[in-house]
Design a protein around this ligand. Structure first.
Ligand SMILES: Cc1cc2nc3c(=O)[nH]c(=O)nc-3n(C[C@H](O)[C@H](O)[C@H](O)COP(=O)(O)OP(=O)(O)OC[C@H]3O[C@@H](n4cnc5c(N)ncnc54)[C@H](O)[C@@H]3O)c2cc1C
Length: 467
């Protein structure tokens, strides 16, 4: 279908101008799918508004004509949530960028939804403040996408998920109504907190156009160690110790199982191993953001000394600079390179959540189940301090990989153990069949009723999360 012909009814192409309305051969390939790498679709147009009013006009048009609309941020989502529908509209927020205000006294920043996360982090730092949300896709993902997926990332153990870092949003409802909810107060119990509906909704209830973010004081110092442990029980003992000894200063607790460590440090080009794993079973990345280097640096050093003496950890590399801290994190972020054929090549990624105490049981069951049924290898790592594990699974040489068979095995174990099939990436279309393993019939029914109330025409990113 010719996007121009269809949309000029309401003069959308005139309203948005040639740079804001791309159809036919002008439509960028990148807007046809996301990082799920599901096959590209064929939307009728990619619309790139620059104002909230333009978003409102687009949604009003789409609602009255029954045209599905898929909001898009940086397209780094991993579950197909930003992949538009054939013949639908891809609504890209990429031109709605910029920081509108930093309120240093109130510790807030007001931003437009298409602003890349990294731009926000840098602006906060330039103002002597700190925006703690951080993830590997920071240079490409946009804050509207982060809020719509309720992104987690690297420092959840201290600052919470995206939901905890936002005080207000401006949202456009599917019928074009603009909801101005740019609250700046931490406390506001005046009725329902409606913004919560849109956080983590994966664009199925409305389009986030602006947000008021919560800022923190910049850390006075950052210390990190990469250390090795001989069993998962030791990992649990280390977690309990650092929680007790560092309290709110603990900013990350990441664990890499030995098989992940081998892939990351021996196969990923250019990656070095800052610590030798030897015969240990796990490598732990512990990060602390302190207030005063003299006091907190000594506190961190003493903690490590004690953990070695108590034989909780066997070896450790201590970061001497922020460059070292970044190098430690690079081993943890190396999974982004696994698609390289020199490392693993085509593979399947999982993002599951379960109680920390049962994580090792899960890895043993999943590893065995995948290998026995499919000859599928798997490695494990994740934000263990947040109860969140990532799994990378692959059948050597298979392309495509057995996605649905492997998913069924992993998610059945997760369902059986009372975990969640999505700790931080969302459901999109990729995980839709498995939602009932993590949410009750009553919960899914209530989600459907909320959707029907806000989007009776069903135009807002349909087919995502549930049908
Ligand atoms: C290398 C890499 C590392 C990653 N690490 C993490 C991690 O540690 N933690 C984590 O949580 N995620 C991680 N992700 C996943 C991804 O980066 C996050 O989900 C991110 O929050 C998506 O942001 P985006 O702007 O790219 O959104 P998109 O992919 O464009 O969209 C994601 C969803 O949000 C909706 N959406 C986008 N913008 C809006 C809007 N303005 N209003 C309403 N709906 C909207 C879309 O329709 C879609 O459903 C990673 C991805 C990659 C590629």
């Amino acid at each position: 279908m010719d996007g121009d012909v269809v949309l000029k009814d309401v003069a959308l192409s005139t309203l948005l101008g040639p740079a804001g309305h791309l159809a036919g051969a002008d439509m960028p390939a990148r807007n046809r799918t996301d990082w799920s790498f599901l096959p590209a679709t064929n939307p009728r147009a990619v619309l790139r508004p620059t104002t909230t009013q333009e978003v409102s006009s687009i949604l009003r048009y789409a609602d009255s004509h029954g045209v599905p609309v898929t909001p898009q941020g940086g397209l780094t989502g991993l579950v197909g949530g930003a992949r538009p529908l054939d013949d639908g509209i891809a609504l890209s927020l990429e031109r709605m960028v910029g920081i509108e205000e930093i309120d240093a006294d109130g510790m807030t920043m007001t931003v437009r939804a298409g602003t890349p996360l990294e731009t926000i982090q840098k602006a906060a730092a330039e103002a002597g403040l700190y925006f703690p949300l951080d993830l590997g896709a920071r240079g490409s993902c946009a804050i509207g996408g982060n809020l719509s997926t309720n992104a987690g990332g690297n420092r959840v153990i201290r600052y919470g998920m995206a939901r905890d870092l936002v005080l207000g949003v401006e949202v456009v409802l599917p019928d074009g109504t603009v909801m101005p909810m740019l609250n700046k107060m931490i406390k506001n119990n005046a009725g329902y907190d409606l913004k919560q509906l849109f956080l983590g909704a994966e664009g199925t209830l409305g389009v986030i156009t602006r947000a008021v973010l919560r800022l923190y004081p910049a850390p006075g110092c950052t210390h990190a160690v990469l250390c090795t442990a001989e069993s998962f029980n030791k990992v649990l003992a280390v977690l309990s110790t650092v929680r007790r000894r560092l309290g709110p200063l603990l900013s990350a607790f990441e664990v890499m199982w030995s098989d992940y460590w081998t892939q990351a440090t021996q196969k990923v080009p250019g990656m070095r191993a800052p610590v030798e794993i030897g015969g240990a079973s796990h490598v732990i990345l512990i990060e602390m953001q302190g207030l005063d280097d003299t006091i907190d640096g000594a506190r961190f050093a003493q903690l490590l000394e004690d953990m070695i003496e108590q034989e909780l950890i066997t070896d450790g590399a201590v970061a001497q600079s922020l460059g070292d801290v970044a190098a430690f994190w690079a081993t943890r972020d190396a999974a982004a390179e696994f698609a390289n054929p020199a490392v693993i090549g085509p593979h399947i990624s999982f993002d599951v959540g379960l109680t920390v105490a049962r994580m090792d049981e899960f890895t043993t069951r999943a590893k065995q189940g995948l290998m026995d049924a499919l000859g599928c290898h798997s490695v494990y790592y994740g934000h263990v301090g947040d109860g969140n594990l990532h799994v990378v699974a692959w059948v050597p040489g298979a392309d495509p990989q057995p996605l649905s068979e492997a998913s069924r095995i992993v998610y059945d174990i997760i369902g059986d153990m009372g975990g969640t099939i999505s700790a931080e990436h969302g459901i999109g279309t990729l995980k839709k069949p498995y939602l009932p393993l993590s949410r009750s019939v009553e919960e899914i029914d209530t989600m459907r009723r909320l959707k029907a109330a806000l989007d009776p025409g069903g135009i807002m990113n349909p087919t995502k999360i549930f049908d």
